[in-house]
Write a protein that binds this ligand. Structure first.
Ligand SMILES: C[S@@+](CC[C@H](N)C(=O)[O-])C[C@H]1O[C@@H](n2cnc3c(N)ncnc32)[C@H](O)[C@@H]1O
Length: 282
């Protein structure tokens, strides 16, 4: 190979490498619309503020926005003192969100990470925000319930979670359009057979649970079924109001794995007694 041919080959080689790098760079910084599970549509600012009001976001919160777009929800949360991060599949959105966080002066509180919401761990959140699609919410639902700590708040713009009924729904107007906001609290796992003793009486309680909805049966050592006046599970808190003849009870405690810790009230028609309540799941 003479010098001219060698020069031409080297030129060719470097030119090809440059084109390849350029192509790789360009294709890595763009994502085709069909690769996204949800197209980019930003949540109006007043709807964002309302989502953060409903979840009462404060400085102790860690907020994760699933599909964070230009970062506006996490940025607004950071302005309330919270920390957190956003995940988005689109690198352009991530770059935009990082720039916005920096120009808003909150980039030391929050981060934006390129990634797929179906492959990322979001279990550290105390508040999850989302503006996705009904089918995506439904696909995420088991992940949210299994991976998030009981008591974690979840708020979704526009779309619900199918048969997982929202704890709250709020409608916000913007530019003549109505925006639905749905709100849930991740429930503890209270389902099962619980038992405890009080005043020489053994209590047995069976809890059936579907999401945050619970139905309860209570018996004592006489095997009488109590009348249940209220059974409620809000995050970790389980509250049951029950009676057996003229014996009235309120049990209210925090579910922590196989234990419940709390207080109980016993009213026998004459006086009310208050004591600590703890129950164990079999
Ligand atoms: C409707 S926008 C919502 C943006 C922002 N959360 C807001 O409320 O303004 C949905 C976002 O989800 C992103 N997205 C779509 N599919 C995704 C996926 N599988 N993983 C992560 N982000 C995704 C899109 O790029 C887009 O920015």
């Amino acid at each position: 190979m003479n010098k001219l041919t060698l020069g031409k080959s080297l030129f060719h080689y470097f030119f090809t490498v440059l084109i390849f790098l350029g192509f790789t760079f360009t294709s890595a910084s763009h994502i085709a619309a069909q690769d996204l599970d949800v197209p980019y549509v930003p949540t109006p600012e007043n709807v964002v503020e309302r989502m953060l009001d409903i979840t009462n976001v404060k400085s102790s919160d860690y907020v994760i926005d699933l599909g964070s777009g230009d970062g506006r929800i996490v940025i607004a949360a950071a302005k309330r003192g919270a920390s957190g991060h956003g995940i988005d599949l689109d690198p352009e959105r991530i770059a935009e969100a990082r720039e916005n966080a920096s120009s808003e002066g909150v980039d030391d509180q929050i981060m934006f990470m390129e990634g797929n919401i179906f492959d990322t761990d979001f279990s550290e959140a105390s508040v999850i925000t989302m503006y996705l699609l009904p089918s995506v919410n439904k696909k995420l639902r088991p992940e949210l319930i299994e991976k998030l700590q009981p008591g974690t708040q979840v708020v979704s713009h526009s779309f619900d979670m199918g048969s997982w009924k929202a704890d709250k729904k709020v409608v916000v107007k913007n530019d003549g359009r109505s925006h639905d906001i749905y709100y849930w609290v991740i429930p503890a796992q209270a389902e099962g057979a619980w038992s405890w003793s009080y005043n020489d009486t053994d209590f047995n309680m069976t809890v059936n649970q579907r999401f945050q909805e619970v139905s309860v049966k209570i018996t004592d050592n006489t095997d009488t079924f109590f009348d249940i006046h209220k059974a409620e599970l809000k995050g970790k808190r389980l509250t049951v109001r029950a009676s057996n003849g003229d014996q009235n009870y309120i049990f209210s405690g925090r579910v922590e794995g196989d234990k419940v810790y709390g207080m109980m009230q016993h009213h026998n028609g004459q006086e009310k007694n208050f004591s600590q309540w703890s129950a164990t799941k079999e």
